[in-house]
Design a protein around this ligand. Structure first.
Ligand code: ADP
Length: 454
């Protein structure tokens, strides 16, 4: 039985895991950087160990220090959250070999799905549609151009090791391809230490629709429905909702089945996400699998009533999932707004600093997952997300109205945030009509006066 868990993360997700463990009666160990002494998860965990300096490379990415902390404190398991070491197969392997449970899939599955080219090949063989593109990484510029011409412009050049929307460039013809190919390689080299890229057909104005997977170690693989994450800026998600306003029940069934097939092909265990792009005609294509808990998991929790973090811990403990696909109910609509410390009116420039007055919204159908409070100083070293506002109701309309209401109550003084931007989106007719594709944000920013979101 898992009795004590080390949380190898920070911010809201670390707090989310502390809370789930509290409810399960499991002890927690927080590990933190020198910049996170003030953080709520450090204060609320049962024990806390400082593992290094403020930079992630000196702390949250130091597998050696994290494993040492786990051994000193005698934990049974490590929850990696998202980002940092969560999709690092080597770290999962190290945990496995030190007899510490890694709360996630086996390192083999992480490896398979972490290489995007291998991932596409694996799911294609299982009969899941993929975006047309190169068979694996392209070897040279000449090869790459050949592939681009064969699949037809526009194409997207993507990093094999990609993540967080980085290392991705679009080309519309041979001339722009030559330039973007090199930019993508350089970006990938810088961000991931691996310049390998592959080519895909660029799907115009698609929706990003992903399926939540939950699988146990006894071979049961279920899906918990979809999340529509089409509202993105620079390929990074800003708003997620479930159900998708675009899917028919027929398409949902088809995609759910495909998602399960993809997870089975990866011999998947624990919580994971199968991401698809869906074109205007309802054709869907696998793009990648995320082998970890996602930022937007609360949307699914509020729709289905299933606590994904607790399920992750139970699965890691070797327990069987005690429900079947037919038992999963989708009887609510939920929407999540990512609250970032950024200034939307100034090209989303990060806005770290000390929070003055802080007032969190509440009331019926409102959930706020955040680690910040009045007087908290947001360190400049990490990503700018400071919270997630999740609102839900029996219909999409009620969830959106509630989100608008909650955003109107939310006060964070001292820094700039994305709160006013979300408010403007909740009142935007295109969004309200459920018409947002991944091209939505660019259009919205171009036609909306900045004083509406600053
Ligand atoms: P990352 O791992 O960096 O998040 P993904 O492969 O998940 O990258 O893609 C992120 C986003 O980039 C997608 O949600 C979509 O908006 C866009 N994108 C990726 N591939 C394509 C494609 N072939 N055509 C159009 N847009 C794409």
């Amino acid at each position: 039985m898992i009795q004590k868990i080390l949380i190898a993360n920070r911010g809201e997700i670390a707090l989310r895991i502390v809370r789930a463990c509290r409810e399960l009666g499991i002890k927690t160990l927080a590990v933190y950087s020198e910049a996170d002494v003030q953080s709520l998860h450090v204060q609320l965990a049962d024990e806390a160990i400082c593992i290094g300096g403020p930079k992630s490379s000196d702390s949250y990415l130091r597998a050696d220090r994290i494993i040492s902390a786990a051994e000193i404190a005698d934990v049974d398991a490590i929850h990696p959250g998202y980002g940092f070491l969560s999709e690092n197969a080597k770290f999962a392997e190290q945990c496995e070999s030190c007899n510490i449970k890694f709360i996630g899939p086996k390192s083999k599955s992480i490896k398979m799905m972490g290489d995007k080219a291998v991932a596409k090949d694996t799911v294609r063989k299982a009969g899941v549609p993929i975006v047309p593109g190169s068979d694996g990484p392209v070897e040279s510029e000449a090869d790459a151009v050949k592939v681009a011409r064969k699949i037809g412009y526009p194409v997207i050049i993507k990093a094999v090791a990609g993540g967080g929307g980085r290392g991705m460039r679009i080309a519309h013809n041979d001339v722009s391809f030559a330039k973007e190919y090199h930019v993508a390689r350089n970006e990938a080299e810088k961000a991931f230490g691996d310049g390998a890229v592959y080519i895909e057909k660029y799907i115009e104005k698609p929706r990003h629709i992903e399926f939540q997977i939950l699988a146990d170690s006894h071979g049961k693989v279920l899906h918990l429905g979809e999340r529509d994450c089409s509202v993105q800026r620079r390929h990074q998600k800003l708003i997620e909702e479930s159900p998708s306003p675009f899917l028919t029940s027929d398409l949902r069934k088809k995609m759910g089945k495909a998602a399960i097939k993809a997870a089975e092909a990866a011999e998947y265990e624990n919580a994971g996400t199968i991401e698809f792009l869906v074109d205007a005609k309802g054709n869907f294509f696998f793009i990648e699998m995320n082998t970890r808990i996602q930022v937007e998991h609360p949307v699914t929790e509020e729709v289905t009533g299933i606590d994904l973090i607790k399920q992750q811990i139970r699965v890691a403990n070797g327990d069987k999932l005690d429900f079947d696909q037919g038992d999963v109910k989708f009887d609510k609509h939920a929407i999540e707004c990512r609250i970032n410390a950024e200034d939307p009116a100034r090209n989303f420039i990060p806005s770290p600093g000390t929070i003055g007055l802080y007032y969190a919204p509440g009331g019926h159908g409102v959930r706020l997952d955040s680690h910040v409070y009045s007087g908290y100083t947001i360190p400049p070293y990490y990503d700018s997300m400071i919270g997630k506002l999740i609102c839900f109701g029996s219909t999409r309309k009620s969830a959106l109205e509630r989100a608008y209401r909650a955003l109107s109550e939310y006060i964070i003084r001292g820094i700039k945030t994305t709160i006013p931007l979300h408010k403007a989106i909740m009142a935007d007719p295109v969004f309200i009509e459920g018409k947002a594709t991944t091209a939505y944000m660019e259009d919205f920013m171009a036609r909306t006066p900045p004083d509406l979101f600053s």
